[in-house]
Design a protein around this ligand. Structure first.
Ligand SMILES: [Zn+2]
Ligand SMILES: [Zn+2]
Length: 76
């Protein structure tokens, strides 16, 4: 299990400089879940995406280790 949180800049909703990008990597038996979350501590703005290894092939990301919102790479 890997976790990695970074402050990535400005909130698109309230413009506070407090937007965090969180990466989560969870593995259990054959299942792997990678999730990305952008969240603002000021106004509660939040968006998340999760990739599961048991999703159909066409839903698999090109690279789950890259944030779909800010395109940074996870520190694994
Ligand atoms: Zn905000
Ligand atoms: Zn991000």
């Amino acid at each position: 299990m890997a976790r990695d949180t970074q402050t990535v800049g400005q909130c698109p909703k309230c413009n506070a400089d407090n937007l965090t990008c969180r990466y989560n990597d969870f593995e259990k038996d054959d299942l792997r879940i990678v999730s990305w979350e952008h969240k603002c501590a000021e106004c509660g703005y939040r968006e998340t995406t999760a990739f599961r290894s048991d999703d159909p092939e066409e839903l698999q990301p090109v690279d789950a280790g890259t944030c779909p919102y800010c395109e940074r790479s996870a520190n694994r």
